[in-house]
Design a protein around this ligand. Structure first.
Ligand code: AMP
Length: 627
């Protein structure tokens, strides 16, 4: 916020200092602490909730409002069939290894990475050795069981806490499993992403959008992942808020009509090719050039990378602490064709905070196949097209009457509704020759004659063709972003290293203002209510603090990042003015009470900057007030 940053000593990512404040001021704390806690679960206190809400609200404005997205809310509990179809039941796994004696589990790739970091700190390593370790660290995300086991054996990597041997690596599915209902007949999972809720509702969404493509849906909600060994605070947790966009495009038109607005942005891009060949990040390439050279696959993907970059800067992430890293082919999720992570530098290293994947038509086509419901869109054809096909019309009334096993009859009708073109063709030949067909159900051959099924060849002129839309998915972890914002905005006063504060942009600051009577005296206290009313009318969140010296109170409000302090003093009693103090510069101005709401609101809504506001009002110098 300030032009005066050099005045404050920026400690680059002071994790200990931050964790101390988070705990002491109940910003975010480990859950169930009175019972020793459960790793990977965290509770948010009032300041944490306010900060999280403000980040989410700005995400809504920046993406949903600006891009005219359709916000939806799906359920967290998801039946198995959905996640089996999406591939999560079989493939949403990480590799784990166990300490063979204590049984303690580790995520294999993380364990090796941590071992590399420790190894690199050893003295007298040759340059060659350092290079070897660096290369290993970059390639580790691409490795599977065999390669991970081979590395653990080659470097004799042991259990970090005990030095015991490690087991062979094995796949661990990260989803939390549950039973839906009392019978045990319906297996379910807590959703690992909100995305599937968008895909299963695709028909409703398309209809709501008057059958027009492109459009995007968005959702902010909980995701659950049973992480193997969460040890990085808020960065790797087991329950977290995700903000996801599924942007549906015609695969033949992946351009974006607003691409021009971001095409000149230069983002730090680290392509898969550069990572695998040991080359560094490119800082000097515009998004326009990156798409043109196919470094980024298409404009829509590039557009969202640009939007994410602007979003992160606006909420207080330092520019130099952001990079975009492309997934290497082996690292790519099972559903993706191109993927870029927005990563932020933290005290834990570079952390992925948002993935941007081109999920192609993976989900819509698989859900169509399994559900039998066409999750497709259509595009007009330039010329009408003659198509030939085969209609399969089962006589369900007769079939169900003839079958005593109704479950089998249902399976049969299901199968008939999902026949491929090739299967239809073969059956049609049989039908024309013998006037009956044979279908396999549960390894039993079922014969259907003309009374049970009708088959017809048809020709039709069509004016539009159906296709599966492709999906570009920006997916944000709100908790990770929140933690990174806190690390990037955490500052220490130059004159007193015990006085810490957050230099949050007012836009996302948890509370926007504090109301501080100079002393706890009736004549000052009377002014609290009218000021509070003005703040409420302007939608400004606030804290009232009248206990202790004013210096201590400033320190207290600074510690939770309240950008503006309103002080009621002797002069207020005479002329209805207050002082307004800004957190980073600690400069104060004097202004009439009835203007304070507008000034703070304009600052929070990014209409005016503090630097401009100080030019409009007289400065207030009172050393007593700020210590
Ligand atoms: P993914 O679907 O794996 O790309 O995850 C989407 C986003 O969710 C990531 O970019 C992270 O910001 C966030 N995320 C994923 N796993 C976790 C986790 N265990 N804890 C916190 N955030 C996570």
């Amino acid at each position: 916020m300030s032009s005066n940053k050099e005045k404050s000593k920026t400690q680059k990512y002071d994790r200990n200092g931050l964790e101390n404040v988070m705990k002491r001021r109940f910003i975010v704390v480990p859950s169930f602490l009175i019972y020793n806690g459960v790793s990977g679960l965290y509770d948010f206190g009032p300041t944490g909730v306010a900060l999280k809400n403000n980040i989410e609200n700005f995400w809504r404005e920046h993406f949903i409002l600006e891009e005219n997205l359709l916000e939806i809310s799906g359920t967290c509990i998801t039946p198995e069939i959905v996640l089996k179809t999406s591939g999560h039941v079989d493939k949403f796994t990480d590799y784990a290894v166990k300490d063979v004696k204590t049984g303690q589990c580790f995520r294999a790739d993380k364990l090796i990475k941590e071992w590399i970091e420790k190894e690199k700190k050893k003295k007298k390593l040759t340059e060659e050795k350092i290079k070897e370790l660096d290369e290993l660290a970059i390639k580790i995300d691409n490795y599977e069981e065999k390669e991970l086991d081979e590395i653990i054996e080659r470097y004799n990597i042991c259990s970090p806490d005990t030095g015991n041997k490690l087991s062979k690596s094995y796949k661990f599915n990260l989803m939390f499993e549950t039973q839906i209902g009392p019978t045990g007949g319906c297996r379910g999972f807590l959703r690992p992403e909100t995305a599937q809720g968008h895909f299963v509702n695709f028909k409703h969404l398309l209809d709501f959008n008057s059958n027009r493509i492109p459009f995007g849906s968005a959702s902010i909600g909980l995701g659950f992942r049973n992480e193997i060994a969460p040890r990085s605070g808020l960065l790797r947790v087991r329950e977290f808020t995700m903000a996801e966009i599924e942007y549906f495009v015609d695969p033949l038109k992946k351009g974006h009509k607003k691409f021009n607005s971001i095409k000149d942005l230069k983002l730090p891009l680290w392509s898969a090719k550069n990572q695998l060949s040991g080359k560094s990040i490119e800082n000097d390439i515009t998004l326009g050039e990156a798409v043109e050279k196919k470094i980024i696959d298409n404009e829509t993907l590039g557009y969202f990378l640009g939007k994410t970059y602007l979003f992160l800067i606006e909420i207080g992430i330092q520019k130099e602490g952001i990079r975009f890293r492309q997934h290497t082919p082996k690292e790519m999720a099972h559903y993706a064709s191109d993927c870029w992570d927005a990563e932020i530098e933290t005290s834990y290293g570079w952390i992925e905070v948002a993935g941007h994947a081109d999920r192609t038509c993976f989900d819509l086509s698989h859900h169509t196949e399994v559900s039998g419901v066409d999750l497709v869109a259509s595009r007009p054809l330039k010329e009408p097209k003659l198509i030939k096909g085969i209609k399969v019309i089962p006589n369900k009334a007769v079939i169900f009457k003839n079958f005593t096993d109704k479950e089998k009859a249902k399976k049969l009708c299901d199968k008939l509704s999902k026949l491929s073109d090739e299967e239809k063709n073969n059956l049609m030949n049989e039908y024309e020759k013998n006037e009956k067909i044979e279908i396999d159900i549960d390894e039993e051959k079922i014969v259907l004659d003309k009374s049970q099924i009708k088959m017809e060849r048809f020709e039709q002129n069509i004016h539009e063709e159906k296709y599966y839309p492709n999906v570009i998915e920006p997916s944000f972890g709100i908790g990770r972003i929140l933690y990174c914002v806190m690390e990037h905005c955490f500052k220490v006063r130059e004159k007193d290293s015990r006085r810490t504060y957050f230099d949050f942009p007012p836009l996302i600051a948890p509370y926007k203002a504090s109301i501080l009577p100079l002393i706890e005296n009736e004549k000052f206290m009377e002014y609290i209510e009218p000021i509070r009313k003005i703040l409420v009318q302007n939608g400004i969140t606030y804290r009232i603090d009248a206990i202790d010296s004013i210096g201590r109170r400033y320190a207290r409000t600074d510690e939770i990042g309240i950008p503006f302090g309103i002080t009621i003093d002797d002069v207020t009693l005479k002329d209805n003015t207050i002082t307004l103090r800004e957190i980073d510069t600690m400069k104060q101005i004097r202004l009439p009470i009835n203007e304070v709401g507008n000034v703070i609101k304009n600052c929070c809504n990014r209409i005016e900057k503090w630097e401009d506001i100080v030019k409009k009002y007289p400065a207030f110098e009172d050393k007593k007030n700020d210590s």
